[in-house]
Design a protein around this ligand. Structure first.
Ligand SMILES: [Ca+2]
Length: 194
């Protein structure tokens, strides 16, 4: 009987620490012998100019991260080609930071990891999506001239002669509605950091 009770206690204890979705690791939180006191999550990330999950390369863009358990001095990691400036702690549920996306950053979804000063960290998978800049003529504003370029490139693919990867904002080798969806996020705007 004793072993059954022990097993039950273990299951209950494991359940108490089980989290759905991205979580801060609790296994390494052994400060003061207390586990789980700083458990938290990263629930969403937003680029604050467009209120979207799109970030452009190359570009300098501000993001806000939402979750729980954030601490002053938390550090962000978004993988190769993206660097984050120091985070600004708004409160335990919100962080702000400025990202610099290199011209060579890989396109596509990016995970974000928030690491607190005590090394507890949480990750949200596919939090942001890196795309090519919709400022196709490089004058820092996304306007009708850029739209004209996109329209002329419409429905072309990487197999077409004269195809320019610059037109394919999403990097999936075709210029289509997915690229237009990216474009409209920035239409009429000055590119941040440009
Ligand atoms: Ca595309």
């Amino acid at each position: 009987m004793k072993s059954v009770i022990s097993a039950l206690c273990a299951v209950v204890a494991m359940s108490a620490f089980a989290q759905s979705g991205p979580t801060f690791r609790t296994a390494t939180d052994v400060r003061d012998g207390v586990r789980g006191s700083l458990v938290g999550t990263v629930t969403s990330v937003m680029e604050t100019t467009t209120n979207s999950t799109i970030i452009v390369e190359p570009g300098v863009q501000d993001i806000q991260v939402t979750g729980t358990g954030f601490q002053q001095g938390a550090v962000l990691n978004l993988g190769s080609g993206i660097t984050s400036g120091p985070t600004v702690l708004i409160d335990a549920m919100h962080l702000k930071a400025t990202l610099t996306v290199d011209a060579t950053a890989a396109l596509g979804p990016r995970d974000i990891t928030v690491t607190n000063p005590d090394q507890l960290s949480g990750t949200l998978r596919k939090a942001l999506k890196v795309v090519r800049t919709p400022d196709l003529n490089g004058n820092c504003t996304v306007d009708g001239i850029d739209l004209n370029v996109l329209a002329r490139a419409w429905a072309t693919t990487s197999a077409d002669p004269g195809f320019s990867p610059q037109w394919d904002l999403t990097g999936d080798d075709v210029v289509d509605g997915n690229d237009l969806a990216v474009f409209v996020q920035y239409f009429g705007r000055r590119m941040p950091g440009c």
